[in-house]
Each structure stands twice: as C-alpha cells, then as structure tokens.
Ligand binder design. Sequence first.
Ligand code: C2E
Ligand code: CA
Ligand code: CA
Length: 723
Amino acid sequence: MLAALIVLRTLVVVASFLVVARRASRESGARTQVRGSWRSYRAGLGLLAASSALETVPVLLGQSVGRVGLGLVLVLRVTSTTGCFFLYHGISRWYRAHDKGRPSGRVDWLVGISCVLGVAGLANVVLVVPDGGTGLAQQLRIVHVASIAVLLSAVAFFALTMPRDLRGRSTMVAAAVALVLVTQVVYLLHGPQLGIVLACWTAWAYLAVAYAIAACLPAVTLGHQHHRILSVPVVSSAGLVLGLVSLLGAGLVPRPTHWALWFGAAAIAGSGVRLVRLVRDLADHDRARRQARTDDLTGLANRREFLDHLRRAAGEGAPFAVLLLDLDRFKEVNDQHGHAAGDELLTATAIRLGSVLPHPALLARLGGDEFAVLLPGADAAEAVTTAGSMLAAVSRVDVVLGSVVAHTVGASVGVATSSGSDGLSGEELLRRADGAMYTAKVGGLGVALHDEVTDRAWRSRVLLSEELHDALGVDAGPCAADAFEVHYQPQVSLVDDEVVGVEALVRWNHPRLGLLAPGAFLDVLEERGMMPALTVHVARRAVTDLAAWRAAGYDLRLSINTSSTYLSNPQLLELLDELAEGTDPSRIVVEVTETSLMNEPERALATCRDITARGFSLSIDDFGTGYSSLAYLANLPATELKIDRAFTSRALVDDRITAIVAGTVDLAHHLGLRVVAEGVEDTGTLELLRGLGIEESQGYLHSRPVPAGEFLRWLRGRTPAVV
Ligand code: C2E
Ligand code: CA
Ligand code: CA
C-alpha cells in the first residue's frame, strides 16, 4: 500500500515535470526571460522528480528511508533543496523580465541563499528540534525547510502583486508551497510518523501538479512593471535582518546551537556582499543617468537637460529669459588648429561663462559651439546685462594653440524673454533666442533681443533656405534646377561699340515670390554649401546658350561667376574640365571676386593658376571692394579687371572717385589687364570711362540682364550676325 502510494507520487511528479518541460521548450524565443523562468521551473521540478524517484527505491525494497543510510538522506535533502532553489530562481527571473527599474542585470542567487540561511539560523533559535538539531542531517532538513519558506514568500508575493490574469495560478502554486512547508515543519518537529510522511508526499505531488497546471494555462504578456518592493535592496535587507535576528536570538536563548551562529553569520555575509554590489550598481546607474544629461566635454547640462528645465520654467508661470550664445569663427579654430584646440576653447569658454552667471542660472552646451542659459526670474534688461557679461567673459578666453598663440574669440548672443503668463513654450523661447542670435551675428551686434520684425526676417530666411534646398538639393534632381534661370548681360567694346562678351547671371524663379535676383538667395545658398550645384547648373546652361548664339552667327566671350567657397573646391576644376570638352576655354572668362581671392590668398592663387593652365581666362570681379595688394595682383594670372559699380556710378559726380578709377585703369594696363566697367547706366559715364582708356562697359545703358532668347533678339536688333 505504502509502496503503491510512493510510486504513484513519483509518477505524478515525473508527469508534471514532463508537462513543465514541454512548456519550457515551447516558450517562444521572443520572450527569452519568460522562457528562462520556465527553464528554471523545469530544472526545479526535475530535481524534485529525481529526489522523489530516489526516495521510492528503499520503500520498494521494503526499508524505511532513515534506515537506508545517512548518505541517501543527505542526497535526498540536497536534491530537493536545490529543486526549491530553482523554483525560486524561476520567479526571480520572471520578475527581472518585467522590472526594468532594477539596476543589476545578473540573477541573484546570493540573495536567495542568504535568506535561506537567515531563516535556517532563525529556525535553529526558535524551533525545538527533537535531537537538538545538532546533526548534519537535521540541519540539512532545516535548510530544506528554510528554502521552502523562502520559496513560499516569493510565490506569495508574486500572487499578491500580479494582475488578475496571473493571480489565480500563482495563488494555486502558493497554496501548494504553503502545504509543503506546513507538512515539512511538522515532520521536522515530530519526526517520521506514517501520517506525517504521507502528508508530505501528497503535498509534494500537489506542488508538482500545481506547476503542471500553470504550465498548461495560456501565456500572459505583461509590459514592463516596476516591482520595486521586491527589488534587490528589500530582499537583501531581509537576508541581513534574518541573519542578525538569528545571531541575536542565539545569544538570548538558553540553549543556543552553534548552527544558529554559523547560519546567521553566513546570511549576513551573503546579504552584505549583495548590498555592497547593489550600492555599486546604483552608483553606476546614477552615473549613466547623469551622463545622459550632461555634455561630455564641458560637464555642463546638455540639450536634453536644458530643454527639460526650459519646459519646467515655462510651466511655472514666472518670468524667465533664454540666452543663446554662439562663438564666432569657431570653425576656423577647429579647421586651422585641430579639434583638440577647439575642445580646449570650448572648455575654457564653459568655465568663463559659468563664472559670470548670476545664481539660479542654468548653463548648457547645446552642441557644437552653441551655449544656452536659462535665467529664471529675469526680465529683458537683466537678461541683456547678463548677455553683455557673457560676451565680456568670452572675449577673455585665451587658448594657447600649438605654439604659443593666444586666440581670442568673439561671440553673438540672442536673448528672448517670457513673462510667464504669455503662454510661450520653452521651445518657442529657444527658437526666438536662436533668431535673435542670428540677427546679432549677421549684424555684428554682439547681443540682440528678440523682436517681431527681425524674427520675421529670420523666419523667412529659414524658409527660403528650406525652399532652396528643395529646389536645388541633392535629391531634387535636374528638373528642380530648372527653377534657376540664367540671364545674360552684354559687355560692349568702348573702342568700336561691338558686343564682345556676355555675363551669365542667375535668377531664381521662386514659386511664391516670382523672379528673384541673386542677392536674395546667394548667401543662403553659400551658407548651406549648395553653391557648387548652382554653378554647375548655370555654367552648363550658359555654355549651351553660347553655342546656340555662335550657331546664329554671334561669336561671344562668356563670363561665369564663381563664389568664394567654390573657389577652394576641387569640383570647380572638374567642372571646367567638363566645359573645356565642348567649348573653346579661351572664350570663357571665370570671374573671381576680389574679396574671395583675399579669403585665402595662397590657395586662391594656386586655384587661379589651375584655371588659366586649362586655357580659361580669369577676371578679377568687383575690383575696389576688396583689399588686395599690388604685389598679389601682379602674381595673379588674370586677363581682365572689372571695376565695381560703386566706383563707376559715382565717377561722374565725384572727382576723387574719378581719380581712383583713372589710377586703377593705369595699374591694370601696366599689369597687362583689360578693364571692364560695371554698372554703366548713362552715356555721360560711358564717355568719361572711354576717356580714361577703359576697354569695355557693362550696364543697364546697354541692356539689363535678360533671358537667352531675348538676348539674341537684342543682339539681332543691334548688329547683324556675321555668318
Ligand atoms: P556681379 O558679378 O557684379 O554682376 C553684376 C551685377 O550688377 C548684376 O546683378 C547686374 O544685374 C548688376 N548690374 C549690371 N549693370 C547694372 C547697372 O547699370 N546698374 C545697376 N544698378 N546694376 C547693374 P545681379 O544679377 O543681381 O547679380 C548680383 C551678383 O550676384 C553678381 O554681381 C554676382 O556676384 C552674383 N551672381 C550672379 N549670378 C551668379 C552665379 O551664377 N554664380 C555666382 N557665384 N554668383 C552670381
Ligand atoms: Ca560678375
Ligand atoms: Ca561685379
């Protein structure tokens, strides 16, 4: 009868194990943590099944387990205690899968073991065990019972905190564990009486079945939850407290066992180690959190942190100001002296700025060379004063770059304020400060306060920039470039009144604003690095038109404009190579403005030599507006010099200007250059210029810049074609 019962129990436990094992292998890979927890349950039930089978052997042989020998008893205890550990482990893995608030990623055996030892220590204090509890077998039984108690607390907690879907099954498991615990405690206190042994067997079988039933129920998917209450600190402290209590208890009870002391000390040590690790984990966690909110280089708040503070300030209803500072010529420092120098400059700037800000101000680096300040409680006047101190602070930043070069940088600050009741969002304030900063930068003002008019101008500029990007952007394709028309303005010989050349001038056919002159968009284009794309478009178009005029009997020289950024771009030479394949390069004049030559004189000189080496002519455009030196001009392989409209237009009315023009013409002729006067609008000026020996004139007097077709008609009306 007894043998049949224990065989039946073993069969039940093994069958339940198989059910759980099947569930563990079926759990989908996407839920790795949940699968991990089923695997732990499988291991736990596997060990329980093994221990149950082991226990069956002596009973089948007609012997009581106790009599088979201490060895088997020890093996049984260790196996089923480890089984309980795995069941506990399964639960802790499940928690980990759904609790992202826990800093440690490693599964915590130490916590469980410490708790078990703590409970075991306590049990040694409070329980009156039949043989005094001194034997190893007894202590293993106590540890075994303690592990069931810890398992029970974990499962019970699970049952209490889980959503309803999971509560039923976890309560069932908790009840089973509770039953096992009660029967085991009774066994511990009263020894192996038949009734008690049977009850123990039944309880284990029920526990295994409870897991099997849970394994058959449908899976429940939960999002991440925060079960902080079961988090590592609480559980580790539980082990610590249990250990302490058992140590204290061992000192208080009349018949203390040394086991209580050992278990208590081990529990304290285990929990202590875990707590120390926890403190380290928390410190790491905290560092990681801080790093996400600070700028690595300067240690200031980063954009995310700044925006958070800004939103909070905007929500508080009190006045505040936002200041945005951008360093001038930072890119130059970076390019010329290297990134290390740039970093040094930024760090030094951060320190200087920090030293001049009033108390509750928040200083942040938003990225690159852009710093922002949030000034709680400040009005416009205070904010502008602070902006002034910031500028002064930045101007004192001297960084030794490489060899002992001190570099002083300037900056521009934009200021925007909120009364707190105007309903402006933090983002809007930052945008306004950005607009004001831009105004300050363009106007060289140092500090600018947001105002509607300049803000509107800034907004329309931003809009224009986006529209330009759409019209000419890399992904815009060739059709979009058709939005850019090329108009032509003739250059007329002052010697024989013949049309000798033509300058290609770009126009943007804007969908909303109509035909725009280059002044309205070229600088934005330059800023966004889209100049190469435009120049390629204009040059190709102009060369095609030039060929058409030639076919119509007009052999003209074509002038094409370049920009300062494009001059140092190798793509310019590639473009010229392409043009040279279809046209005679000596009929194409590349116009380079005097200012762009002076940006990087050495490099510009090299490029100019490359241009003329390909057979193209070179013209110095807008002469008189830059500050080139005679020596530099003499080295330049140019063939033409264009006198800027600023001089020609006033030559007739201002004798000093006439003298300058006369001097310039002399100089040019000495250098072997042809002189073209720009912006000639009246015959009086024309005659004056002719008298000064200028070779060619270009201006509204002859024609405004017009589209190719109109230009041809104009040509035909003026001179018959030479066929
Ligand atoms: P620029 O090269 O000095 O071109 C001459 C400018 O003076 C043109 O202005 C022309 O329309 C204007 N102009 C000519 N004659 C007269 C006159 O008698 N009176 C007055 N008031 N103005 C006259 P536009 O077309 O507005 O071009 C402005 C500038 O834009 C050009 O100055 C040139 O630097 C630049 N630009 C034009 N097209 C291109 C281009 O395709 N590429 C590049 N990089 N720059 C271009
Ligand atoms: Ca030009
Ligand atoms: Ca010009």
